[in-house]
Design a protein around this ligand. Sequence first.
Ligand code: COA
Length: 331
Amino acid sequence: MKGLTIIGSGSAVPNQVLSNQDLSSIVDTSDEWIESRTGMKERYVSSAQESLAQLAAKAAINAISMANLTPEDIDLIILATSTPDDLFGSACQVQNIIGAKRAVAFDLTAACSGFVFALVTASQFIRQGVYRNVLVIGADVLSRWVNWEDRTTCVLFADGAGAVVCQSHETKDNFLGFELCSDGTQNSSLNLAYMGTTHNLLENISVGSGSYQTINMKGKEVYRFAVEKVPEVIEKALHRSNLTIEDIDWLILHQANQRIIDSVATRLGLDKQKVISNISKYGNTSAASIPLALDEAIRQSRIKPGDIIAISGFGAGLTWGAAIFCWGGSN
Ligand code: COA
């Protein structure tokens, strides 16, 4: 079995900034309500001309460059997204944009848990010795799927992309443990469902034809699910890593709500200084939120090589998961 190191990170956001103040002129809300309930101040949203693939590609190039590799060194690209430009998947578009000619590329959908699920998937290919350099991207453009008349959801979601480069290693193994979970019985708590209308092909044969609805969420249910399940899944991932919470240098949760982040940290008994949050600037960017926060903290030199990081994602599906790793090529 090979070991795994995480040797590069990158991120990207679209150009347009949408503040709480801006939102208060779109729906009946206020800066005070949004900030006190969620911790969000502003977020980035893509224009109709900007693509998910371009955003993901920018984050990918930044990560590959930090890893001191070229796109042609990449063997596998996993794009975690729920908002591809193409329903058949956008990973191959990213492969084309960055010029990763040798890479196999596919999408992975696990909503806001997508980055954690994709990183774990990457680790399996690396451990088995199948691929050496794997690019894992979390990218979403949820602004396309928000109902901009629904104040209970439109103030939360935003756009962004983050990426890491994982590399196999003969002796070092910096991917320490993980735990993934799904519960389809709670699917209706948070979904973006297909909206079919009947299209009659022949007298006795019809097909569905249609599009998708907008994001539908039962906020309180999702909140309760997150504060209960996230500490649990982190503790399981720590157990699998033979670590305890005291061993963790940094906790990066999916950036859905500052109150969820605070509550999880308290339940885990983790010092607030070790919790990374950038939700005030970015809002909930779904699969992008963890790698965006990770990349920002690495580039600010808050996270240093050798630091042990716990990440945890949760969201639609419902899905949730956690992974523990050590940043950088050495430890
Ligand atoms: N601006 C102003 N008022 C708002 C509002 C907004 N944007 N959205 C809702 N309200 C109102 C509600 O209508 C309600 O009014 P009422 O008391 O007159 O009925 C009041 O604010 C309280 O709403 P409530 O839903 O109880 O608020 P909350 O404290 O539960 O916060 C969320 C709402 C959505 C912020 C919170 O439930 C949450 O974060 N849930 C998790 C969502 C999440 O993380 N989803 C993504 C997971 S990946």
